[in-house]
Ligand binder design. Structure first.
Ligand SMILES: [Fe+2]
Ligand SMILES: [Fe+2]
Length: 275
């Protein structure tokens, strides 16, 4: 099973990259399922029904989130009617929505997705290690292949979660920093791992926002209104090839495509189509 996991989709720039890029990547890699972290999909902060529906229409099967999940208030109700939208499972049990979901591929095969959030330099949440282990046990009754999004700041916490799940999940992928790490690998037990998938959005920015205002905040210490950037759009993701029989990973491929590269690839694909 070939699963594309897209790193934090940021604002309109990120949504456009997903819409334009997914057909190209599907044609090139033969994807069975697409997961994306969408916590910044609506103007760089949160998710709305409109942006969520657009992303699902673009071909995303399951949407994960993180600390920004409630930045747009309507997410509190949208998550109740959209089971394909997850929030970290180790939030308060009274938070709406859920942190795990089993989707069905077009051919009926199940795929389990779990969303967790770290506790180091993050808003307070319950223990993710115990919560994820319990969720993997629960989901493994329904789906052999399970992908976990560990939304966290600290590299050590994500690496620890990778080892915690090694041999129990197809993949543990990190999100949240918006910076792709070069450590994609298959752990000895068969779990695909990367500390951070990166950001699908404007890369001439400060993790997605226009540079001037963020820089002024750092330089002066004064509050400034932040705006989503647009320059240098790049789609960052990983492809996980999972064995349907064992539920473990055979391969993890790191992707980092500029919008221009996606457009050029699309032109080549279109030219290759028989007339
Ligand atoms: Fe993010
Ligand atoms: Fe985040």
């Amino acid at each position: 099973m070939r699963i594309l996991f897209i790193g934090d989709v940021f604002g309109r720039t990120g949504r456009d990259l997903v819409r334009e890029g997914l057909p190209v990547l599907a044609a090139r890699y033969g994807l069975d399922a697409v997961i994306a972290n969408v916590e910044n999909a609506a103007s760089g902060a949160g998710i709305t029904r409109e942006t969520g529906e657009a992303l699902l229409k673009s071909g995303i099967d399951v949407m994960t989130t993180g600390n920004h999940v409630w930045d747009k208030r309507e997410a509190l109700t949208y998550i109740g009617v959209e089971p394909r939208l997850l929030r970290p499972l180790n939030m308060s049990p009274s938070a709406p929505g859920r942190g795990a979901f089993v989707t069905r591929l077009a051919d009926g095969r199940p795929l389990g997705v779990i969303n967790a959030m770290g506790r180091v330099f993050m808003p307070p949440v319950d223990n993710p290690f115990e919560a994820v282990a319990a969720a993997v046990d629960r989901l493994s009754r329904e789906s052999r292949v399970i992908v976990v999004d560990m939304h966290a700041e600290a590299t050590a916490e994500k690496i620890a979660m990778g080892w915690h799940l090694d041999g129990r999940a197809a993949a543990l992928v990190g999100t949240h920093t918006h910076v792709q790490t070069a450590d994609a690998r298959i752990l000895p037990g068969g779990t695909a791992y990367i500390t951070d998938v990166g950001m699908t959005g404007p890369h001439d920015s400060i993790i997605g926002m226009e540079r001037a205002e963020v820089l002024a905040r750092f330089v002066t210490g004064l509050p400034a209104r932040m705006e989503p950037a647009e320059a240098n759009p790049r789609l960052q993701a990983v492809i996980i090839d999972a064995d349907d029989r064992t539920g473990l990973a055979r391969e993890i491929i790191r992707l980092d495509w500029s919008r221009q590269e996606l457009r050029d690839a699309r032109r080549v694909e279109d030219d290759e189509q028989p007339v």
